[in-house]
Unconditional design. Structure first.
Length: 563
């Protein structure tokens, strides 16, 4: 017992020693990396640093502006003057678009500089070009931030002596240059309005002159009408896009304050995207309309309808691209927006399966050429003309002039009878002549009707027929079967009417006639129905020897179905 206890104690001690030695030999766990803190001053990217510095210096807050500069001990006494002179230099000589400055926390990695350095500019002063250098440092409270380097600040005094007056300051009265409105001189506001109005007026005049000269040169009336149509469609959006482009280019050359250029660039770019979207949509609408008019051939209506649906899909795509561009301009993270759009699209697809089904159903209907706009169809047991094929449904104008909207998904799974695809229309009827007609009269009638069908140019002679098909209960039945060679239903009605009138003349000229019903109801003296004649008795004229139970005859009760 004692030996067993000693052995167990030794094994346990050996195990504990092994665990302790293993624990001491393992390296200590690595400390978690410090997460990037959000800088309250917005110095996380080079573009944000420059923009925030210009805003602070623009409102005269040089204490805040100094927080965006890497000042040395020797420069600390002159931070206000350095900030003021640097803002003046950037307002006058920074002519590059603000979007050229990197908006990434890591800066531009392909500029050949160290990863903690960034180049902005250059400032073009006469023949000299000077870059503004930014350096990434670690702030104890805010983490890694971007600052204007002390090397750049050391060059500011020398560059400040090269500053000359801008064109606006030389051309405008000094009273307008000295007075300010919303942080910008009145002279700049006048130049801003002129940079917007003058290009707009000039472009309107140039467009009108160009269209006039082109109309005088072209001798083809169709070409002139096409030119006028295009000019009327794209005139205003094109003028707005070009005006904004000219104004943004002029503002960089006229020395507008950089803060105003940064703020106005967002507004102008959003307006430009809207105007460009307007222009593209109008070009698409006119281009697709002309393309649909140019389509011809047997399947032209189906092709036109498919082009119409394709135009709508492209229009929606243009709007989505424009929306994403506007979000990018205003500073929304489009990557996160696209990820959210993808997740939202999946959720929308799951929650709106019927809408997706209807969209695909419309595409399949048009691609299969089952129907097209303008076709006369039977849809859901309703006959009408297809007025429109939208992204969701097919709209049918019925014979009662009501508008029937059928979801495309349901329509793609149901039967669609398209009358517009037929090249001929069937006229089929049963001619019922009265009993008492002789065999010779029947032969004469059949011969005359067959000759009539063969000689009529609107009747397909190969398939037409007139046959004695039955001795019915109340009439002798002759089947009339013929295809009318037309796709126009109104013309078909006229041809069939003339055909039936000629058949009626043949029956009358043969000495026979159509079976006509007569009803007798026998009443007893008490006003009730006779118990032996409770049902109506139908028979033909007894003077011609017609049996009492002869069935009435008619012409045209088997007429072809149509709209």
């Amino acid at each position: 017992m004692t030996l067993t206890t000693v052995l167990l104690s030794a094994a346990l001690a050996h195990t504990l020693l092994g665990q302790l030695s293993g624990a001491t030999s393992q390296p200590p766990p690595a400390a978690p990396q410090q997460e990037q803190l959000a800088d309250p001053l917005g110095r996380t990217t080079p573009r944000a640093t420059i923009a925030a510095f210009m805003r602070a210096a623009g409102r005269g807050d040089y204490v805040s502006a100094a927080r965006y500069m890497q000042v040395t001990e020797g420069q600390r006494r002159n931070t206000a003057r350095l900030a003021r002179d640097l803002k003046l230099l950037m307002d006058r000589y920074f002519s590059e678009p603000v979007t050229s400055i990197s908006d990434s926390p890591d800066g531009a990695l392909d500029d050949g500089l160290p990863i903690d350095r960034e180049r902005v500019g250059p400032l073009t002063i006469g023949e000299a070009k000077t870059d503004i250098a930014l350096v990434q440092v670690t702030d104890p409270q805010s983490g890694r931030v971007w600052l204007i380097s002390s090397e750049t600040l050391a060059q500011i005094p020398a560059l400040g002596r090269l500053v000359a007056r801008t064109w606006i300051e030389r051309a405008m009265p000094q009273a307008l240059v000295r007075r300010e409105l919303l942080g910008m001189s009145l002279a700049h506001w006048i130049a801003f309005a002129a940079s917007l109005v003058i290009p707009f007026v000039l472009l309107m005049a140039l467009g009108g002159v160009a269209v006039f000269l082109a109309g005088r040169i072209s001798r083809d009336p169709a070409s002139r009408r096409s030119l006028d149509e295009w000019y009327a469609v794209i005139r205003w959006p094109a003028i707005i896009v070009l005006t904004l482009a000219i104004q943004l280019s002029a503002m960089r050359l006229l020395g507008f304050p950089l803060v105003f250029r940064i703020a106005y660039a967002h507004v102008a770019l959003v307006a430009g995207v809207i105007a460009l979207t307007w222009l593209v949509r109008r070009i698409l609408t006119l281009g697709f309309a002309r393309g649909r008019r140019a389509v011809w051939g047997r399947d032209s209506t189906s092709t036109q309808s498919l082009m119409l649906l394709g135009e709508r899909l492209i229009q929606v795509l243009v709007l989505i691209v424009a929306g994403m561009a506007i979000l990018t301009i205003v500073g929304v993270n489009t990557k996160a927006a696209l990820a959210g759009l993808g997740i939202g699209g999946i959720a929308l697809a799951l929650g709106a399966q019927k809408t997706v089904e209807n969209l695909l159903g419309g595409v399949f209907l048009l691609s299969d050429r089952a129907l097209a706009v303008g076709d006369t169809c039977s849809v859901s047991n309703r006959i009408g003309v297809v007025e429109d094929v939208t992204l969701r449904s097919v709209r049918l104008r019925t014979m009662e002039q009501t508008l029937l909207s059928v979801p495309a998904g349901i329509l793609a799974q149901s039967n669609v009878e398209n009358f517009a695809t037929r090249r001929k229309i069937l006229a089929k009827t049963i001619v019922r002549v009265r009993y008492g007609t002789t065999a010779e009269q029947l032969r004469l009638m059949l011969t005359a009707i067959r000759r009539l069908l063969a000689e009529n140019p609107k009747i397909e002679a190969e398939s037409s027929r007139a046959r004695l098909v039955d001795f019915g209960d109340r009439a002798v039945e002759i089947e009339l079967f013929a295809y009318v060679l037309t796709a126009d239903f109104v013309e078909f009605l006229a041809v069939r009417e003339d055909l039936l009138l000629q058949v009626a003349a043949i029956v009358e000229s043969s000495g026979s006639g159509f079976a006509q019903p007569t009803q007798f109801v026998y009443m007893d003296r008490n006003g009730g129905v006779d118990s032996q004649a409770r049902e109506a008795v139908t028979y033909d004229d007894v003077r011609l020897g017609q049996p009492k139970d002869a069935r009435p005859g008619a012409v045209g009760d088997g007429a072809s179905r149509g709209p």
